[in-house]
Ligand binder design. Structure first.
Ligand SMILES: [Mn+2]
Length: 255
């Protein structure tokens, strides 16, 4: 007699990575803390934060203090066997040693590859996939040595003030852009270049949740975290990508 069939593993057991984008943690309610609490109860995998986790980041003690809730939860995931990766977004241009040390996380840029049976599934923030020459020049300068050095020389309140002002200006610009249809800014040549050698590409930045093909590339946009909603993607062992559901949502978190 054939042995009884083992129950099929729940889909999450075959998940190699959970990918979240554009959480934009700040002084407002977010579903992200509750989501991380729920994740800690799941079988360990790799958590990939694809950038813009926080509204803005200055790599100093005040930055770490402002996000203790986030870092405590990321460290707990590490203790439970999770690997935690952050692909720096445009809000983490200044992220460095303190950011990585506070969350016990690996900081990657511009991409992180998740190994699957179908080949690497590549995660990028998404800012580099868009047509925006002015921004690319700004980002290149901001990532440079002199801009970082200048920020570390400023008194902490001044550095945080400048970052908040830049965010405020960018939000106004972003609102105007969103009306013009941000998907139109995706550049097929940039998408193809970013996905070279990968089975598919996962990105954020545009704050839309979408599965599409751009320049022949299978592209998944993770979406943002409006209010206390939770939006994430799960990458399975076989290379498939699915939208996450079923936990972490509708519970206002404390950070
Ligand atoms: Mn962004």
């Amino acid at each position: 007699m054939a042995p009884p069939m083992a129950a099929p593993p729940s889909a999450f057991v075959t998940t190699v990575a959970v990918v979240c984008g554009d959480v934009h943690l700040g002084p407002w309610p977010s579903g992200f803390p509750a989501f991380l609490d729920d994740l800690a109860e799941r079988p360990p995998a790799c958590l990939v934060l694809l950038g813009d986790v926080v509204e803005y980041w200055i790599d100093d003690a005040a930055g770490v203090a402002a996000h203790q809730g986030l870092f405590t939860r990321l460290r707990r995931l590490r203790e439970r066997g999770w690997r935690v990766v952050c692909v720096a977004g445009n809000r983490e241009l200044a992220a460095g040693r303190r950011f990585a040390a506070a969350g016990w996380l690996e900081l990657h840029w511009p991409a992180f590859d998740i190994a699957t049976a179908a080949g690497p599934v590549r995660v990028v923030h998404g800012d580099r996939l868009c047509r925006d020459p002015g921004y690319h020049l700004f980002a290149a300068c901001a990532r440079g040595f002199w801009a970082r050095a200048l920020l570390t020389l400023l008194p902490s309140p001044a550095a945080h003030g400048i970052a908040r002002l830049a965010r405020w200006r960018s939000r106004r610009k972003g609102a105007a852009r969103a009306k013009g249809g941000s998907l139109m800014r995706l550049d097929p040549a940039r998408v193809r270049a970013a996905a070279r050698g990968a089975a598919r590409l996962l990105a954020g930045h545009i704050h839309r949740r979408l599965h599409t093909t751009v320049g022949g590339v299978d592209l998944w946009l993770a979406g943002d975290w409006p209010g206390t909603e939770a939006r994430w993607l799960e990458v399975r062992m076989d290379g498939r990508v699915v939208r996450g559901s079923g936990f972490g949502s509708h519970r206002p978190g404390s950070s």
